[in-house]
Write a protein that binds this ligand. Structure first.
Ligand SMILES: [Cu+2]
Length: 154
């Protein structure tokens, strides 16, 4: 009986090792978007393939103005939450990246950066579901009127 248990454990260990190559199939999809001093992103939509296991978004501020006056972030939410997340972020302040503390509607966000800086965020695909409508926005006060776009999985 004891021997059998050892054999079983060995078999489990073996399965564990053979299962490892599945990790190599991780597909990190990288996306880039820029923001400028005219309060604009360079893309109206970002699209990712359904087989990505995680998505790395880099937002580069290509302007010259500082974060205090023309800061930008990249914030991912359900499209239905865009207005509420932007509104609740207004009073959060630059230190909090204009994101309300503990806002569960925010799926992911970069920090707010100024001209010449960039920031990245990684989103596990498991946080997203097919068929849901997602959007991104900049939560710096007043910016989401212009700075928003569709985040499409497919
Ligand atoms: Cu902005």
């Amino acid at each position: 009986m004891k021997l059998m248990r050892h054999t079983l454990l060995a078999a489990v260990a073996l399965i564990g090792i053979t299962a490892l190559p599945a990790h190599a199939a991780d597909k990190v999809c990288k996306l880039e978007i820029t923001g400028n001093d005219l309060m604009q992103y360079d893309k109206k939509e970002l699209k990712v393939a359904t087989d990505c296991t995680s998505i790395e978004v880099t937002m580069k501020h290509i302007g010259k103005l500082p974060a205090a006056s023309m800061g930008h972030n990249w914030t991912l939410v359900k499209t239905a939450d865009v207005a509420a997340v932007a509104n609740d972020g207004l009073s959060a302040g630059l230190e909090a990246d204009y994101i309300k503390k503990g806002d569960a509607r925010v799926i992911a966000h970069t920090k707010v950066v100024g001209g010449g800086q960039s920031a990245s965020v990684t989103i596990p695909m498991s946080k997203l579901k097919a068929g849901e409508s997602y959007s991104y926005l900049c939560t710096f006060p007043g910016h989401s009127a212009l700075m928003k776009g569709a985040f499409i999985i497919g």
